[in-house]
Write a protein that binds this ligand. Structure first.
Ligand SMILES: C[S@@+](CC[C@H](N)C(=O)[O-])C[C@H]1O[C@@H](n2cnc3c(N)ncnc32)[C@H](O)[C@@H]1O
Length: 236
């Protein structure tokens, strides 16, 4: 799971004791060698879906080092924009995408996704491996920003899962981690926002619907226990 070129244990402790933004600035040079980077096999499952539904412009929310943008670029007709609040992650994304496949224009935006002001700009928005960085209380605001960024008929696509059963190991590990993060954030400021089991099904379906999306859920075999959520903005 951990790569020899990945961060050491002490580097990860230092990252976790920093703010979310600073933590990712520190992690950026080694991020590609961590299990936090969305694996290509998962991104390929999304590409298979998107191939059947052409799009011109796409926004990758919390793009990090650009794994999602690399998947999107050959499929996009016009432009792929990545937004992230860590400057160092964006620098890595720029570097890693310099010779990526595809003709679509690339743009890297430095900013907080909760403050995005794109207005009916994109046919598609994606978010990979970052939904745990959105506090539960900010979910509606986050979805409002994405809804506004999409053109009518535009789609918000992400990977999630269902809540694990109460007696499963995943349930207790996830809740144990969340408790540890709550204690860490109570003691240390600024917080490092990272919680498991956010945006899970079926709850997120209802939240998306109340925020103006029509929701479809697909379970490609290649995604194993994960599901692909396709949330469409009404009005096309
Ligand atoms: C685990 S990484 C995922 C990166 C990439 N999407 C992937 O799948 O490999 C999470 C990213 O979200 C970014 N992030 C977290 N909260 C954010 C926020 N509020 N606004 C913008 N970026 C944010 C972090 O800086 C980091 O680059």
């Amino acid at each position: 799971m951990f790569h020899p070129k990945g961060p050491t244990f002490f580097e990860q402790v230092r990252q976790c004791l920093s703010s979310t933004r600073k933590g990712y600035d520190l992690l950026a040079p080694k991020f590609e060698f961590t299990p936090y980077r969305t694996p290509d096999e998962m991104l390929e499952a999304v590409a298979d879906l998107l191939e059947t539904d052409p799009f011109n412009t796409a926004l990758d929310v919390c793009c990090g080092t650009g794994a999602g943008m690399r998947m999107l670029r050959p499929l996009a007709g016009g432009k792929v924009v990545g937004i992230d609040f860590s400057k160092e992650m964006l620098h890595e994304a720029q570097r890693l995408l310099a010779d990526s496949q595809g003709e679509a224009e690339l743009e890297f935006v430095h900013g907080d996704v909760l403050e995005m002001s794109f207005d009916e700009t994109f046919d598609l928005a994606t978010c990979f491996g970052a939904l745990g960085h959105i506090y539960g209380k900010d979910t509606d605001l986050f979805l409002e920003k994405i809804h506004r960024a999409l053109r009518p008929g535009g789609k918000f696509v992400f990977i999630t899962t269902t809540s694990p059963p109460v007696f499963s190991r995943t349930f207790w590990l996830s809740h144990g981690f969340n408790l540890a993060m709550k204690i860490r954030n109570f003691i240390f400021r600024p917080p490092f926002i990272m919680y498991y089991l956010t945006f899970v099904l079926p709850e997120i379906r209802h939240t998306l619907e109340t925020n103006g999306f029509r929701v479809e859920v697909e379970s490609p075999e290649s995604l194993g226990q994960y599901q692909l959520v396709i949330a469409t903005k009404a009005g096309a």
